[in-house]
Design a protein around this ligand. Sequence first.
Ligand code: FAD
Length: 502
Amino acid sequence: MTSTLDRPAPGAERTREVGVAIIGSGFAGLGMAIALRRRGETDLVLLERARDVGGTWRDNAYPGAACDVQSNLYSFSFAPNPDWPRSYSEQPEIQAYLQATADRFDVRRHCVFGAEVTAARWDDAARRWEIETTAGRFRARALVSAAGALADPVYPDIPGLASFAGTVMHSARWDEGHDLTGERVAVVGTGASAVQIVPAIRPRVGSLAVYQRTAPWIVPRTDHPVSPRVQRLYRWVPGLQRLVRAVLYLVREFLVVGLAKDRRFLRPVGRVARAHLQRQVRDPRLRRALTPDYTIGCKRILISNDYYPAVSAPNAELVTAGIAEVRPHSVVTVDGVERPTDTIVLATGFAVTDLPIARRITGRDGRTLADVWSEGMVTNRGSTVAGFPNLFLLVGPNVGVGHTSMVYMIESQVAYVDDALRTMAAEGLAVLETTPEAQEAYRELVARRSRGTVWLAGGCASWYLDRHGHNTTLWPDFTFRFRRLTRRLDRENYVGTPEAAA
Ligand SMILES: Cc1cc2nc3c(=O)[nH]c(=O)nc-3n(C[C@H](O)[C@H](O)[C@H](O)COP(=O)(O)OP(=O)(O)OC[C@H]3O[C@@H](n4cnc5c(N)ncnc54)[C@H](O)[C@@H]3O)c2cc1C
């Protein structure tokens, strides 16, 4: 198929016609584009608001940013990289891998950078998605949203934050030009990003106050450099790297037994984490403050060898009193203590259960995805929504995982969406739409499998749950079961309208 990207549509000024429009160029958007390219499809466009591919790994360039899953598993199965320098790669290597993979599969020529999708509306008469972006309008037969679940930073509602006279930066919008040397720095939050930032900046700052609401569970990071000999072996015997990947996958999958089936299997992990804390923190008061009060696994289990030593250092302080307000030159906690501050780092996470892109996508009856999801996010297989024809979601609701590689889930979904697109072509369908019944059945399946999991019963509040306390974020079972569900399109759960009926 030839690209019709630059052909203006009749009656519309520079509206570009395209077969498949993909929002986002992170692992998911790139994975989708590559799947299309690999089967010869070229009538596609990637709409990316930033100036490069990479998503998460382009945006999270804070000091210490690294992956929590081994690179042999956290990479595309069809594009292994024998040259990973460490078992767990750091942000620059992962970003370089994504850039190289985009080049290798010739995807960049389909990217429109600086194109933030501001609105996408289904035109039922034309059977097309009308897409408005900051780089012009597009009209697409199918729309794939790969806009990311951890792409839009959340800024906490702290009184006085706007009046702060120093620097405020979110972990996902790091200001590389800002020198923290000798500064009094406040880090707000103790999640996955904070435990990487704190040890990375601690040696150069004057003082560091880490504001903790909930103590995370932390286990040792089994990271090590990959020797040139092993890299060569991976290059000569690709099967060996695939074997390592398979072993890593299986070992990690075993965690699901404890997280989702029987919490007794989490006890050994809890013991490892407690021993880690015991070994690394000598001060009993600090150790108490760093001890979580909920079941391990309820929130993401973090991995770090240097976070505890960093918060124990003489120039660091763990603050457990809540923040009452920010003043122009300080942070004040509810116990009345005022700490003079030069820079505030917000390691406060992302909008996950209230995805911004959902407010921008409007379906057949004029309602946005956000409206339809106001009482909870419902989908068929995390990928399609009744009333939103020819729309496919990647990393949609209940596709998240905390124990293994998101890339595995993304590849599962890409196969499903690709099968849907191929089905449309094979059957000559103009419109493909899932049924409300299929959606309801899937909602029940997810709710049933979520019951009794540590995320619901582990005694913590987390971003995994929506405001109704429902799990709308995580896949609550073994990931190979998700792969089985998404191996091919469940055609019986879809209504298709042939082109001829237009
Ligand atoms: C700091 C951090 C560490 C992580 N570590 C791990 C890990 O160790 N293991 C793991 O499995 N997962 C990890 N993740 C999760 C990670 O997000 C996923 O693994 C994966 O990268 C998600 O890819 P994605 O393509 O779905 O989303 P993203 O990588 O977020 O890409 C989404 C893209 O869409 C673009 N976009 C969004 N809205 C619009 C719009 N309206 N118009 C145009 N473009 C838009 C964004 O600019 C972005 O480029 C981590 C996430 C973060 C934030």
